[in-house]
Design a protein around this ligand. Structure first.
Ligand code: FES
Length: 106
């Protein structure tokens, strides 16, 4: 199973095993990773699953779609590496993915 590392705002790293076909948000919630609220349950309607994708993984994870871009306007401290983690589908090629969670969601 692909491994994903989440780094929180204090620098603490948590690496979890994720299922192919699930989303990065689901991997975080299932494994009790703090820092992702996911209030809408993955419908791209809340922006509380905001993460920063590690620079080295930006190509692999791709760019946000138009709906995600609109939703990101509601997130705080948005950066060029910002994504909504419920919109990143896990594939084998994302094994080793590193994302950081912001200090606050929403
Ligand atoms: S969980 Fe709501 S936008 Fe991702």
């Amino acid at each position: 199973m692909p491994k994903i590392t989440f780094i929180d705002a204090t620098g603490t790293e948590r690496t979890v095993e994720a299922q192919v076909g699930a989303t990065v948000m689901e991997a975080a919630i299932r494994n009790g990773v703090p820092g992702i609220d996911a209030e809408c349950g993955g419908a791209c309607a809340c922006a509380t699953c905001h993460v920063y994708v590690d620079e080295a993984w930006r190509t692999a994870t791709g760019e946000p779609g138009p709906m995600e871009e609109d939703m990101l306007d509601f997130a705080s401290d948005v950066r060029p590496t910002s994504r909504l983690s419920c919109q990143i589908k896990i594939t084998e090629s994302l094994d080793g993915l590193v994302v950081s969670t912001p200090e606050n969601q929403g």
